[in-house]
Design a protein. Structure first.
Length: 78
């Protein structure tokens, strides 16, 4: 299931400057995460964006979860 969800996340230098996006569409993962963090529900997002599917939102959440599973974080600037 997780592999299928993560396959929805694509990277193409010609789409949104190579940011991780949903299924080659111009919806960066970060955009969907921002919508969710602003308080929108999955149902709200799907109502506003007809070409998105519930699995796209879940894929964005899974992608973010994987990115947060780092062993350590180092400060790069003071």
């Amino acid at each position: 299931m997780e592999t299928n969800l993560l396959q929805r996340i694509t990277h193409d230098i010609n789409i949104c400057h190579g940011k991780p996006c949903i299924r080659g569409l111009r919806y960066p993962v970060e955009f969907l995460l921002e919508l969710l963090s602003s308080g929108m529900t999955i149902e709200d997002i799907l109502a506003d964006y007809d070409d998105l599917e519930r699995e796209d939102i879940l894929a964005s959440l899974l992608f973010a979860a994987r990115l947060s599973q780092v062993k350590s974080i180092h400060r790069i600037a003071s």
